[in-house]
Ligand binder design. Sequence first.
Ligand SMILES: Nc1ncnc2c1ncn2[C@@H]1O[C@H](COP(=O)(O)OP(=O)(O)O)[C@@H](O)[C@H]1O
Ligand SMILES: [Mg+2]
Length: 981
Amino acid sequence: MAGAAANVAAVRAVAGTCYFRASRSLACLARPAYRARQDRSNKWLAVLDGPGNRRLGVAELLFGRSSELAAITGFVERAGIGGEALLLLGEPGVGKTALLDAAASTAAEAGMSVLRAAGAQFEADLPFSGLHQVLLPLLDEFGRLDAVHGGALSAALGYGASPAPDRMLVSAATLTVLRHAAADSPVLVVVDDMPWMDRATAGVLGFVARRLAGTRVGFLAASRTEEEGFFERSGLPARELAPLDSQAAQSLLADRFPALAPALRQRVLSEAQGNPLALLELPAALTERQRASGQDLPPTLPLTRRLLGLFGEQLQQLSPASRQVLLMLALDSTGDARVARPGSYTPAEPGAVEAEQAGLLHSRPGTRRLDFRHPLVRAAVVELAASSERRAAHQALAELAAGQPDRQAWHLAEAATGPDERVAELLECSARRILRRGDAVGAVSALTRAAELSPGEADRGRRLAEAAYLGAEVTGDIGRAARLLDDAWRAEQQPQSSLQAATAAAYLLLNGDGDVETAHHLLAGALDNAVERPDITAAVVDDALNTLMLLCYWDGSPELWNSFYDAIETWKSSVSEALHLASQTWADPARTAAPALAQLDAAIERLTGELDPVKIIRIAIAGLFADRLASCRAALWRVVRDGRDGGAVTSAINALILLARDDFPAGRWDQAEQLVNEAIQMCEQLDYPLLARPALLVHALLAAVRGNEDRARELADQLLRWAAPRGIRWVQCYAWHARALAALGRGDFEHAYQQLTVISPAGELALYVPYAMHVSMDLVEAAVRTGRDAEAAAHVTALHQAGIAKLSPRLAMLVSGAAALAATGPDAIGFFEQALAVDRAGRWPFELARVELAYGERLRRDRATKASRRHLAAALETFESLGARPWAARAAGELRVTGLTSLRQSIPGPASLTTQEREIALLAATGLSNKQIGERLFLSHRTIGAHLYQIFPKLGITSRAALRDALADIPEPDNPGSSEH
Ligand SMILES: Nc1ncnc2c1ncn2[C@@H]1O[C@H](COP(=O)(O)OP(=O)(O)O)[C@@H](O)[C@H]1O
Ligand SMILES: [Mg+2]
């Protein structure tokens, strides 16, 4: 004992001089969030380092680890009571250390003493260096050991004289020290990177870990799955740490890199495979611009030094032949094992086998595929190869890919050392095929690379111009499009490339400052120059004309539209079906849509198998004003999903807005709001302010119908301030409508009338203002309510003359509703009934409820109180369920005037019927007689009669004929379901 005391004294004496060594060992706690520190009660606690000594927080910062954290907490608790050991296993970067941190924090919170150590790769040869880390905070305890054990331990840790301490003695001494320490408060030993522990420490810790039962000492260690060290882990409980699930991976990425471009986000998610380290480091290895735009990414993402170290480590030890095999596999995206050995694959292929044995490759049973253990291994293979090696591998792969032109073109391009027109042309053809498959981003990359490889200036210009056009119209990468365009202008100009360049430039001008006029001038000029040039393809002309049409729509003036129709005439043979349809159904549908509807419906039907996002958007736009969007939803959702995955983002923004525009009349207002929010977010990420404006218009309309008057006013004013000086008429129309809806809701009919008649004057449907059709009932209501009966009647006449009721059931409902509102005599009722009888009118609940409200108001004035209540109640219920507060208040007010004081209970309606009454009523509504109903229900016809006598007043009706309408449930909004997302 005296000897031990002396040893301790010696230890104390040398502690200072040994500090250098201790701190070196401590330094291999690579990123310790904890630091051992003695607190006032002389206990060792682990506390969090860092500002303010944050004790909490580690667990909160972990994504997707709740079940692991729960398991670890359970383990810590049990260990503190009865001793227990646990090993955490997992690939590098999966989050083992992070979980150890969390466990240490939990234990410290619970008052346990935490002892930490970590193996370090280059210290594995230093005997007991690990144990030194573990026991350093317990030096005081050594004094309680007997001389033999104390001496052995001190010697092991470098304080004593004994040259070769006995391993068994050291192990036993360590266990005893830990037990002693745990007598004061439970202890948790936390060891990271176990396989790198020196052999001596590994032996001691293995001994200790198996003898903890009954001790109040816990032992928690982490190891890489594939790494075998000196630590004997058999028989110890282990837990394999899986990669993060995709939800958690996305959240982590969104948290740390909120501004990552969607295309890059997808790349990172797929390369990282739920590995948190990779999720954090892959974006870090890219430039700011690559991160923000997601473009110009190399085929394999570069690795940071840290990732390369972790995932490339084993590669260095392979033979050159194996590395070549790996490189071929890494550069070939198919994973086809034949790549590893051209000709036939035999499992004995030496390079593949060595890599398989090293655990870098897995062959999938039953297939000829070889997969990398982790995508980052593949990235490391590429990164470690010299560029000449990569080119040679691509050349070999190109030869293997004969018969697969896209792959071959890509490999040849990667193998090329300088311009090569043959390869450039192959790539250009490949771009066309890629685009047809719906991958616009891939097409832009292929075209840009083709331009780089073009020896001729003219070819280069043409390819750049096409890439710029696609970038602007489809992929949404405005910044890149501008740069490509810049280069394209500099190259020699041919009519075709100048037409494409002008198309791209038109988009850029429109997006930049909304300069419609200049954009139009430029594009119309380029089209003029291109006339009668035989080398211009129809597709290029069609794109240009589509853009021209868009500009006409933004401008809205008849002069521009006239010149557009002239251009269409000139280029007749190049006009696609989508363009033809839109020119009929979108520009001025009140006059031209009807004859084109059959063809439009057929084109929409064909969207089922359509992948090209541009085509989907163009057809959907053609269907917008003829209320055909509902049938385009599935295709539009495909475009949205593709954009979310970093595909054609411009198209996705358009699709989101179109879906929202369909949701608005359909009463799915929350969804509409979410969709336009997503669209606005995408616009911000891409610096594409142009498209945010249509999205804001939907917000303005939503605010108006929900009665958020301030917001509606603010948004409408903001949009008008932008649109007015630029003469962007359609944006103005929507903003005026938002103001009008807000005014109608609060009953300010004069203001509503003023706004609506700027969209289109009463008595006409203004030329090239398609929106005028959809605001027609609003206009008539405002006119009638401000005593402008003549104007109202004139407008209804105009609607009838234009025949817009034929374009869609919704328009039929609005026209009948308008006619009913304008009618001064008894024929109003007929029009109201006509409006309500429109096929599945409940698909547009807000507008239907407006008809019901107007109907109820009219009936009340005609003193048909009971019937009026029914319509008012239906309107009230719909407005309430939609959240259309001002209208709900209007309907409730009207109901009150009918003498209903207690609204809920006394509103007549199907809800107040008993089950049997309801059954009888339904049968009676189908036209069955009392006798027939009685037969069905096994009741006498008298009983049926008596029931009906009860039923009529409950429904607020007086005749059998009114039953059907009274029972028509307030229609469900036609929600196609959440599968859409
Ligand atoms: N669930 C998680 N949520 C957020 N970040 C994590 C998560 N798991 C690990 N990390 C972070 O990822 C990186 C790698 O984790 P780490 O624990 O060092 O991995 P390992 O020890 O398994 O190699 C660290 O920066 C860590 O903070
Ligand atoms: Mg670690």
